[in-house]
Design a protein around this ligand. Structure first.
Ligand code: CUA
Length: 318
């Protein structure tokens, strides 16, 4: 049997399908409305037919207004319908299970907070919202899981985010949906949705289990000498990092930003771009010196020392 739509395996899939079917229905309806008279008139007024062609011209204001306003209403309705779903897809909820994704030609690398790493396979528990914080090491890729109706560009130099709630156990194909070079079509993977118990089991027994991201970040923070300035007891005046994540930061020269993942990333790689009000621009750049994984670890560490539970997760990440 040929499937018209891929399996619906996430909480949003049904709604996305309804929208697609709705669009298909409305466009199908207008195809008929336009094409049926087209054929009718083509036959009626074909060459040699005796149909009356005197046709005095006539107008109808009501008709003109009608065929302007009705399509307008339909188009606006579709816009609102689509926007509601889109906004829902974009707004990452709180209390998700975060996974960090690094794309490169031509593979997907996944880092779980607990330290597990995977390539081209992502294990997740059933029924739990999973959020992905993603970046690319080279070209623009696109994280696409048809069964979840989730597609999000993965861009070098910044973080983008997406999320989903898996509603079926099983293996679901992951594709790259942005042409990224020779082996783009082979840049595939699988999302493996497991029962929560199996998942918990997997976390502890899988290969690649390692130290949690935040702990690796803390170690890196010392090794790179970050703690020399940002640690307690440092003589160099530097903005405190404890409790920073998710907070509003006032910048030198006016304006403010929310300290989200992209802000942390920029502050490590391009420290001169956003100086915190009241501080000098003295931090050296770490651009070109860190692997994406290391940046993720540092970001995870700084998130882990947020005073409260991290807020505004990913809100500025796209
Ligand atoms: Cu990665 Cu196409």
């Amino acid at each position: 049997m040929i499937r018209l739509f891929p399996e619906e395996a996430s909480s949003i899939a049904r709604e996305v399908d309804r929208l697609s079917i709705g669009l298909l229905g409305i466009t199908g309806f207008f195809v008929v409305v336009v094409a049926a008279p087209l054929f009718y008139f083509a036959i009626k007024y074909r060459r040699g037919s005796t149909a009356d062609r005197s046709g005095p011209s006539s107008g109808s204001l009501a008709l003109e207004i009608g065929w302007t306003l009705v399509p307008l209403a339909i188009a606006l309705g579709l816009f609102i319908w689509g926007s509601i779903i889109y906004v829902r897809l974009q707004a990452v909820p709180r209390d998700t299970l975060p996974v960090h994704v690094v794309a490169k030609r031509w593979m997907w690398k996944f880092h779980h907070e607990q330290g597990n790493r995977e390539i081209n396979e992502l294990h997740v528990p059933l029924g739990k919202p999973i959020s992905l914080l993603m970046t690319s090491q080279d070209a623009i890729h696109s994280f696409y899981v048809p069964a979840f109706r989730v597609k999000q560009d993965v861009v070098p130099g910044k973080y983008t985010a997406t999320w989903f709630v898996p509603t079926k156990t099983g293996r679901f194909p992951l594709l790259c949906a942005e042409y990224c070079g020779t082996d783009h079509s082979r840049m595939r993977g699988e999302i493996i949705v497991m029962d929560p118990d199996d998942y918990a089991q997997w976390l502890t027994t899988a290969d690649g289990a390692a130290e949690p991201l935040a702990m690796a970040g803390a170690r890196l923070f010392r090794d790179l000498g970050c703690s020399g300035c940002h640690g307690t007891g440092s003589v160099v005046p530097s903005p405190p990092l404890e409790g920073l994540f998710g907070r509003q930061v006032t910048l030198a020269g006016g304006g403010s930003v929310i300290a989200d993942e992209n802000y942390l990333r920029d502050s490590i790689l391009l420290p001169a771009s956003k100086i915190v009000a009241g501080y000098e621009n003295v931090m050296p750049t770490y651009e070109g010196q860190l692997e994406e994984e290391q940046i993720l670890q540092l970001v995870a560490y700084i998130k882990s020392i947020a005073r409260r539970e991290p807020q505004s997760v990913y809100q500025g990440a796209r």
